[in-house]
Design a protein around this ligand. Structure first.
Ligand code: ADP
Ligand code: MG
Length: 676
């Protein structure tokens, strides 16, 4: 059978159902997955030495002929294996434990390599449980005598087994493993040929060649990501026509006069960017980035108001029902004098959409209730990705709404430019005046009791507190485990710590109505403490709450903590953030310390990237981006270089007509948006 990258792994010899199941645990299902399975390190067995010269403590490979190979049974009923190896300089004994098949594999007279660390008792040198490999005529070895890859393993699947499967694949030339990256780029960036890169990834001649291999594969990964985003941007600009929305200065003035505050300069600037986009028939696709509490909602309201002045309805989608309710209140307040009919549309509350000028609901409602309308503007709050398919659901008769996405998720600039490369960015980098800084303290275990006491006193004086349970797993959807933890903690707190106070509970598995009730009770000050899973992170606005207490703070990213903290400090009272941690002072403490300083969400995101690495900080996976395997968000040079190359290709050849291989590599390019 002809093998190709897409061939299922089960077609390989030696891979039966049991191994296939284990491989699946490592997310290996095709030959491609196996070839791209990245070693997490290499053991250096490249020092090949005569037996005589091998030094105690040295990691070496010795080569020779097997002169003895046997099982030895000990008095305690154990079986050990002994092999004697001879080369021109002398003899060496190797011992293994409980591997009775070894004498069947290693036979007297065979040519054998042994790799491992030499142990010596007196003059007697030996190897204990070394790596072994029978050397065939071609002398090519994969387990000994070289840098040997060690892979992420799973039970019943050793690196040795993986090496034995990968090595033959490297030798046969896979027809679809031809070079796809243009030579010009490869030369400019001094990148290995793809075949060489994969060969060196697994069986490098030196640490440098392993590095070069990873560099090539990292480039591929980031480059394809860049090309994909830029193509998406092009496609969006090309295909669709939107309503031109221009708002008369007089009407804009009316709106501003009605506001209870003056817009900040940053708000004014992004409002101009927004209105400029709306006035064109090219559909806007803009991302509004700004720290929690910087005032993004009012900017969105201006956009929707503008759309209303031209009689186009708009839609605002929130990630949760709680937020949808909150937005409905806020927006209704802001638009009161202008006779805009605002409809709230949730799973439990379906309305006839055509009765309204402005519809507020959750994002999920796209699939349930919202039919395509002749929308002027669609605002998506706290939802980083609004996919092509979702956009399609808003389009009617070929007109596309302008789209404004808003987020407070702090993200380093380099990352934003790649992940959101298909969007235009507007940034609010200024807070409304008069905001008090939230006082932030790290609370070690021995101060826990004192902290509870302090919270009680403040609450007795009329304040309110959030208590956020630790992040148990990093997953977008709240797990049952998380719900259980919060429920148990709220019981414990109300029994043991705050029996004299009234506590509420908020988690994602509650019914929408229960959630809204819990929030409303807290807002109305009927409950004094709201115990919550980390879901309160997004958007809720309760001015009376002044204390944010976070359990297991070390488990959160700085940017996430910053967002949680942003839930307080919204009113005019001094607010506090208490970071409970069980970490000893040295570890992680300094990371949390950064929160005590006055830094913006974006600065914290940059810092987290430096200190923790990009792992789960931005939740790239949560936002629909695959994890990076070879490339790193820390590698600013790589991000810049790949972006430059991707840009020059997409600009000159937006359909990738002259870059068929890149096109194939990208897989099916997103389908064009069709009206429903
Ligand atoms: P976010 O950007 O996190 O969505 P919001 O839009 O919810 O922030 O605004 C947070 C709070 O700040 C709201 O109570 C809002 O009324 C207030 N606010 C917004 N802009 C200003 C401003 N220019 N001056 C004073 N307060 C403002
Ligand atoms: Mg908001």
């Amino acid at each position: 059978m002809k093998l190709s990258l897409g061939t299922p792994i089960t077609k390989l010899r030696m891979v039966g159902p049991a191994y296939a199941a284990r491989l699946k645990k490592l997310e290996i299902e095709t030959i491609r997955d196996l070839l791209y399975h990245k070693p997490h390190r290499y053991i250096d067995y490249s020092l090949i030495t005569p037996i005589m010269r091998a030094q105690s403590g040295e990691t070496v490979t010795v080569q020779g002929a097997v002169v003895e190979s046997k099982n030895v049974y000990t008095k305690t009923g154990k079986v050990i294996q002994k092999v004697k190896l001879q080369d021109r300089s002398g003899q060496l004994e190797a011992t293994w434990f409980n591997q009775p098949f070894i004498p069947k594999t290693i036979k007297v007279g065979e040519s054998l390599n042994l790799s491992g660390e030499i142990e010596a008792t007196g003059l007697r040198k030996q190897l204990v449980s070394p790596e072994y490999e029978i050397v065939k005529e071609e002398k090519y070895t994969i387990h000994t005598g070289r840098l040997v890859p060690v892979y992420p393993e799973t039970e019943g699947l050793s690196s040795k087994w993986l090496r034995s499967r990968i090595a033959p694949l490297i030798k046969i030339i896979l027809p679809d493993l031809e070079e796809w990256l243009p030579d010009s780029i490869r030369e400019k960036e001094r990148l290995l040929h793809i075949e060489e890169a994969l060969a060196n990834l697994h069986f490098p001649e030196s640490p440098t060649s392993a590095e070069k291999a990873k560099k090539r594969l990292a480039f591929d990964e980031m480059f394809l990501l860049q090309v994909r985003t830029l193509l998406r941007k092009k496609a969006w600009q090309k295909r669709d026509v939107a309503h031109k929305i221009t708002v008369e200065p007089r009407k804009l003035n009316d709106f501003q006069k009605n506001l209870p505050f003056k817009l900040t300069d940053a708000q004014k600037r992004v409002t101009e960017e927004l209105l400029e986009d709306l006035s064109k028939d090219r559909p806007m696709n803009r991302l509004l980035l700004g720290d929690v509490g910087c005032g993004k909602t009012v900017v969105a309201a201006i956009g929707m108001y503008a759309s209303h002045t031209k009689s186009f309805p708009s839609v605002l989608m929130a990630p949760t029902e709680i937020l949808a309710h909150q937005h409905e209140k806020t927006i209704t307040g802001l638009l009161k004098p202008f006779n805009v009919k605002i409809g709230l549309c949730t799973a439990s509350r379906k309305v006839n959409l055509s009765d309204y000028d402005l519809i507020i609901g959750t994002h999920a409602l796209l699939y349930k209730t919202i039919e395509p309308q002749d929308f002027g503007l669609a605002v998506i709050d706290e939802q980083q990705r609004f996919g092509v398919e979702q956009r399609g659901r808003l389009i009617k008769k070929g007109k596309t709404p302008h789209i404004l996405t808003m987020t407070a998720t702090p993200i380093p600039r380099t990352v934003a430019l790649t992940l959101y490369g298909d969007l235009d960015l507007s940034i609010i980098d200024e807070m409304p005046p008069g905001r008090m800084k939230v006082k932030t303290w790290i609370v070690p275990p021995k101060k826990r009791e004192g902290a509870y006491q302090w919270i009680r006193e403040r609450i007795k004086n009329g304040e309110q507190a959030f208590i956020v349970c630790p992040l148990i797993e990093t997953s977008e959807h709240e797990s049952m485990l998380q719900v259980k933890a919060a429920t148990e903690e709220s019981i414990r707190l109300s029994k043991e710590i705050f029996p004299d106070l009234s506590l509420g509970l908020l988690h994602g598995r509650m019914k929408a109505k229960e959630k809204e009730e819990a929030i409303q009770k807290f807002r109305d000050h009927k409950t004094e403490i709201l115990v919550a899973t980390p879901v309160v992170e997004v958007g809720i606005d309760i001015p009376g709450a002044t204390i944010m207490m976070i359990e297991g703070a070390e488990r959160f990213g700085l940017a996430q903590l910053h967002q949680l903290r942003g839930r307080v400090g919204r009113g005019d009272k001094q607010s506090f953030c208490l970071l409970f941690t069980s970490l000893p002072k040295a570890e992680g403490f300094s990371r949390l310390k950064a929160l005590e300083m006055e830094k913006s969400g974006n600065e914290l995101a940059e810092l987290d990237l430096k200190l923790r690495g990009p792992g789960d900080i931005y939740g790239t996976r949560q936002h629909g981006f695959a994890d990076l395997k070879f490339a790193s968000w820390k590698d600013a040079a790589l991000i810049a270089a790949t972006r430059r190359h991707a840009h020059s290709i997409v600009e000159k050849d937006p359909k990738l007509k002259k870059h068929q291989k890149i096109k194939a590599k990208l897989g099916a390019i997103e389908k064009p948006i069709e009206p429903n």
